[in-house]
Design a protein around this ligand. Structure first.
Ligand code: NAD
Ligand code: AHE
Ligand code: ZN
Length: 375
């Protein structure tokens, strides 16, 4: 197949909210600096649903969504030295070139090398897509497009992992789990003995809980409008639960009253701007730090009284938990292999790529954390 166009199945999003169409797509060979990957497993993340909904200003249609996956390198383009056919890999929407201003800064995991292309659904080389259906181009998504049996990504977006790692599990290390763990370890840098509030107990919020537990946090307060979430959340380290619907007072006041003035750290893992405000305002005066993890729709803006910041609260955000993807995803895989972090526990459903529309329905039901599709 090397050097040739591959025809395979992919789930194409033709229009916002219209069912994905699983059909034959043509995947062009990788050009210089590109890697073609046979995707074996892909999970669904809330961000895929967000872009599919049409509320993502970077969402382009038709496109192939998907960004939490694992697979095997099928072929590589000219000049690609760090991976070769047969390598087991996780595609990373957050690239790491190790050469750009961002990568060299030592201050961020964001990378500037290919971002201008991945934001508009094309490859950097020729600003074109490698996907097509009957000659009509289909946009890439987040530089990954994993809802396909084959995809083409930039070499700076490929993490080579231990070939012994089970791909049907470690695909989750492409997004949700690292995001939550890293929000705690890298972005907030939670210290032992801290009090933590987590808004939203989906996969990302639960991974925040797991991160907080391993960081030695004492009180880990989970907040969700679905009280059923508490039972599962206990397994990830949540040791107190609040449902905002059970209270008359604004949720920030409830948390402040519970914690003698507020928490040391809070995390918004929903994508709701009024909850982002509550998460900031439930932080302790003088030092409380709130981390925005959730992705909010186009047009939404955050607000609070500046006095909240003047009096020492800190507002931050995180992308992929601040992890340097190519360097640290393989390290996270090792941590999983050594049983130091959970992954299996987040997988509640398994299906095939052909069932992807059903899998999206499940994502909205509340019983589903991660659904892994075999392709
Ligand atoms: P999810 O839908 O599984 O979880 C969201 C949870 O929030 C659910 O349990 C829901 O019941 C709860 N919830 C909804 N409204 C609420 C409210 N008003 N108050 C309290 N709880 C409420 O989603 P997920 O896959 O865990 O992702 C969470 C968010 O993180 C999404 O916005 C996603 O796009 C974003 N995300 C960001 C990054 C990043 O790098 N920053 C990475 C992955 C995901
Ligand atoms: N395109 C969206 C922004 C989406 C967004 O913030 N994405 C997160 C990852 S979410 C993964 O589930 C991210 O890493 N952002 C940094 C980046 O460079 O995209 C919008 O609203 O414009
Ligand atoms: Zn995601």
């Amino acid at each position: 197949t090397q050097g040739q166009v591959i025809t395979c199945k992919a789930a194409v999003a033709y229009e916002p909210n219209k069912p994905l169409v699983v059909e034959d797509v043509q995947v062009a060979p990788p050009q210089a600096g590109e890697v073609r990957i046979k995707i074996l497993y892909t999970a669904l993340c809330h961000t895929d649903a967000y872009t599919w909904s049409g509320k993502d200003p970077e969402g382009l249609f038709p496109c192939i969504l998907g960004h939490e996956a694992a697979g095997i390198v099928e072929s590589v383009g000219e000049g690609v030295t760090e991976v070769q056919p047969g390598d087991h890999v996780i595609p990373c929407y957050q690239a790491e070139c190790r050469e750009c201003k961002f990568c060299k800064s030592g201050k961020t995991n964001l990378c500037g090398k290919v971002r201008s292309a991945t934001g508009v659904g094309v490859m950097m080389n020729d600003r074109k897509s490698r996907f097509s259906v009957n000659g009509k181009p289909i946009y890439h998504f987040m530089g990954t497009s994993t809802f396909s049996q084959y995809t083409v990504v930039h070499d700076v977006s490929v993490a080579k992992i231990d070939p012994k790692a089970p791909l049907e599990k470690v695909c989750l290390l492409g997004c949700g789990v690292p995001t939550g763990l890293g929000a705690v370890w890298n972005t907030a840098k939670v210290e032992p003995g801290s009090n933590v509030a987590i808004f939203g107990l989906g996969t990302v919020g639960l991974a925040v809980a797991e991160g907080a537990k391993t960081a030695g946090a004492t009180r880990i307060i989970g907040i969700d409008i679905d009280s059923k979430k508490y039972e599962t959340a206990k397994k990830f380290g949540v040791n107190e639960f609040v449902n905002p619907k059970d209270h008359e007072k604004p949720i920030q006041q409830v948390i402040v009253d519970l914690t003698d003035g507020g928490v040391d750290y809070s995390f918004e893992c929903i994508g709701n701007v009024s909850v982002m405000r509550a998460a900031l305002e439930c932080c302790h005066k003088g030092w409380g730090t709130s981390v925005i993890v959730g992705v909010a729709a186009s047009g939404q803006e955050i607000s609070t009284r500046p006095f909240q910041l003047v009096t020492g609260r800190v507002w931050k955000g995180t992308a992929f938990g601040g992890f340097k993807s190519r360097t640290q995803v393989p390290w996270l895989v090792e941590k999983y292999m050594n049983k130091e972090i959970k992954v299996d526990e987040y997988i509640t459903h398994n299906m095939t790529l052909g069932d992807i529309n059903k899998a999206f329905d499940l994502l909205h039901e509340g019983t589903c954390l991660r659904c892994v599709l075999s392709t």
